[in-house]
Write a protein that binds this ligand. Sequence first.
Ligand code: PLP
Length: 282
Amino acid sequence: RIVYVNGSYVPEEEATVSVFDRGFLFADGVYEVTAVVDGTILEFDGHVQRLERSLRELDMDMPVTRETLLEIHRELIRRNNLEEGMVYLQVTRGEADRDFAYPKAAPQTLVLFTQAKSLVDAPMAKQGLRVIAAEDLRWARRDVKTVQLVAPCMAKMLAKAEGKDDAWMVEDGYVTEGTSNNAYIITKEGSIVTRNLSNSILPGITRAAVLKLAAEKGMAIEERPFTIAEAQEAAEAFVTAATTFVCPVIEIDGVTIGNGTPGPLTSRLKELYIDEGRKTAL
Ligand code: PLP
């Protein structure tokens, strides 16, 4: 693979970042993941806007302009012949002597790489996920997409240890989100329920796109917290994320949802999202 590090395109074996990088020492950095389908990038501007916001919340600036970022994405896709998969982007506060206080003028580190992966025909998307409930042990600013991901990694491993696919994290009795996706249920009355935006969850770019499409189609939407017990009674359940699109959930903490196969509304939303994503891809 050819990766991008601070202005250079280099083979991955030659790419280096300092051991003093604050991203490495303090998880002092943010990231974005965008999906690539047919060699084009889905929801690029949404991801750039969220990146700007994450950086601002951590007192950092954009390392390069939106236009330059788009150029880097396209160049990496080209150099790696990427048809389908993802582009990962990380910005850290960069290299400095180890100290909790950071120098205002620390040089940022910007790294991007690609990963090929089947997204549109991913098997899990057809089958549906089995999720467990796990305590949400993350920090209180989950709206900022930092690289501090060990808590969701542990939750995901709890799920794997039980032979399941993912965890829905729970705080004060209510589901926040999945380890790397936003969580939804569809009530028996046909209403799409997903947690309202706040510091408790990441404002998913896919979430925004899917809710917009659902609203345009006249579907009922309730943005509010829900419990695992309510989810287990739901007609359908699903998750959304950049590289999983709309992915059905067929089991929650041991309870089968609906008849245990992806639900019709979930499948419709998935198709709507992929169609619209392709149309607006850059
Ligand atoms: N929630 C969390 C915790 C995530 O890590 C992610 C994506 O990685 C999402 C939600 C979904 O966000 P997006 O749709 O922008 O990929």
